[in-house]
Design a binder for this molecule. Structure first.
Ligand code: PGA
Length: 349
């Protein structure tokens, strides 16, 4: 006896009668498979007819940000529009695509599948747009950049200059923390990533694009402000202000001291470069930051201490996953980064 749970609508139900002979079972399964294929085709057709690119774009944004608010901001839509379009899409697909637990949004298994399919579709469309752009000489296209927090001091400027040069190109930049940048690289979500420390455990193409010196900063009236060639161990007892654990800047400083057998004990941990600069100016301590963080400051606002083994010479890198075929626009941006001179803000303050 075979007792089947019907997996398809009533129109196909007559094939699901309870049978006992093997011959009939084979017949039954054959019909069932045909029915399922039909369902998939009908479903695919319905999806194609009624699902719009805009809905997929909204779904893609929700899958990326795991937030209706952020998705609506990114797409310049209202939140009710985003919710309504998501509901329509879910109804069309016929299964839930997301689950909301408290304030958090998770993709269901079908949601993950659709997210993958959507990205493939968008990648194909992007490649198409890019090849049109190529034929038109970079007159249109899209560039999606992601940058680690400290890169926010120069990335918008670079992107702005590039966008001025190619006004038809739609550019976007997300500045975020290391964890999110790595997740985005792993999922191949953006065109290019700007980082101070390329991931070691991923297959990526890495291009150094500019210097990133890390300098020791103190308030201008600090007693060491005018001292020459300060030995590293003279700084051990200073109250150090440090970025959060995991920050590339912090790793570089700790490594530099560790090379001399010195372990730094931060007096205070602050989650952003701006907070650290404020704390320095308030006399709370000293720190070391990328020289890029000084671009908007008047010369002399901070003392850059003359410490041995400093500045730490690092680089900024443009990174993308090894398997990714760079779009024409991303390639043009990379070429532009390599061709431009070092930014003026990098001169010592
Ligand atoms: P951070 O990264 O902003 O996390 O310090 C920058 C860097 O690696 O230099």
């Amino acid at each position: 006896m075979i007792r089947e749970m019907p997996l398809w609508p009533d129109a196909f139900e007559h094939h699901a009668e309870v049978k006992s002979s093997i011959t009939v079972d084979i017949f039954y399964y054959k019909n069932r498979i045909l029915s399922m294929i039909l369902m998939v085709l009908v479903g695919a057709n319905l999806m194609r007819q009624y699902t719009t690119f805009r809905q997929l774009e909204i779904f893609d944004a929700i899958a990326r940000f795991k937030s209706f608010t952020k998705a609506s901001e990114a797409l310049y839509l209202t939140q009710p529009t985003v919710s309504m379009q998501m509901k329509k899409l879910s109804d069309m697909v016929g299964v839930p695509l997301i689950e909301q637990v408290g304030k958090k949004i998770y993709l269901t298994e079908d949601g993950h599948e659709l997210a993958r399919a959507t990205r493939e579709v968008f990648d194909i469309m992007d490649r198409f747009t890019m090849s049109v752009a190529e034929r038109q000489g970079l007159k249109q296209g899209r560039l999606r950049l992601m940058a680690i927090s400290t890169a926010s001091y120069f990335a918008p400027r670079l992107l702005g200059e590039f966008a001025k040069r190619y006004p038809g190109i739609d550019v976007s930049l997300r500045v975020t923390n290391k964890e999110q940048v790595l997740a985005s690289i792993a999922n191949n979500l953006d065109d290019l990533y700007l980082l101070g420390q390329p991931p070691l455990d991923m297959d990526v193409v890495v291009t150094p694009i500019m210097d990133n010196p890390i300098v020791v900063l103190a308030a201008p009236d600090h007693p060491l402000a005018n001292v020459k060639n300060i030995p590293l161990n003279a700084l051990v007892d200073e109250p150090w202000l440090m970025r959060e654990a995991g920050s590339g800047t912090r790793n570089a400083i700790e490594r530099r001291f560790a090379e001399q057998g010195i372990v730094l004990r931060p007096r205070m941990e602050l989650g952003s470069n701006e907070a650290i600069k404020q704390a320095i100016l308030s006399g709370l301590g000293i720190s070391a930051l990328s020289q890029h963080t000084l671009v908007m400051h008047q010369p002399g606002q901070f003392a850059v201490l003359d410490v041995e083994n400093f500045p730490i010479s690092r680089h900024w890198y443009a990174v993308y996953p090894e398997g990714r075929q760079l779009s024409v626009v991303a390639r043009a941006f990379l070429d532009y980064l390599l061709a431009r001179p070092q930014p003026a803000g990098l001169q010592a303050p």
